[in-house]
Design a protein around this ligand. Structure first.
Ligand code: DAT
Ligand code: MG
Length: 133
């Protein structure tokens, strides 16, 4: 997962981590980091052809983020349930994006969309020595 620059700026790191813990996720790795625009571009390379790609990379490099690796049974689906729809206006009440997101671009958190991408994204942010099982 990532806590995006909007949520870090708004002082919502603690509130979001509280929701993550309450939902039963175990934190395996975590850091505060600031991606360059180039690095954000690598992270979101699958969206390279989308019209919002440049805006997304500019936003994701606009300030520090919190990156974390989370563990739970069926974690990818469970986390997407917790965060809600991409557009905070469409996210269910009680979800992270409904509470802390602003709009479809500035939506407070990132969650991996598959086990395969979760592994790729974990390796993007963390070395083996930074993860704790
Ligand atoms: P999600 O983050 O829910 O997996 P996604 O993978 O479709 O959503 O898109 C990745 C991010 O790109 C998303 O969190 C915010 C941004 N984004 C998506 N659709 C957008 C749009 N229509 N306008 C601006 N930014 C958008
Ligand atoms: Mg996605």
């Amino acid at each position: 997962m990532m806590i995006k620059p909007d949520a870090v700026r708004a002082g919502n790191i603690g509130n979001i981590l509280q929701m993550v813990n309450a939902a039963g996720f175990r934190i395996v790795a975590m850091k505060l980091t600031h991606m360059t625009k180039e690095r954000a571009g690598q992270f979101y390379a699958v969206h390279r052809e989308r019209p919002f790609y440049d805006e997304l990379c500019t936003f994701m490099s606009s300030g520090p983020i919190v990156a974390a690796i989370l563990e739970k049974e069926n974690a990818v689906e469970a986390f997407r349930q917790l965060i809600g729809a991409t557009d905070p206006a469409k996210a269910e009440p009680g979800t992270v994006r409904h509470r802390y997101g602003t709009n479809v671009g500035e939506n407070a958190v990132h969650g991996s969309d598959s086990d395969e991408n979760a592994a790729i994204e974990s390796a993007f942010h963390f070395s083996g020595m930074e993860t704790y099982s």
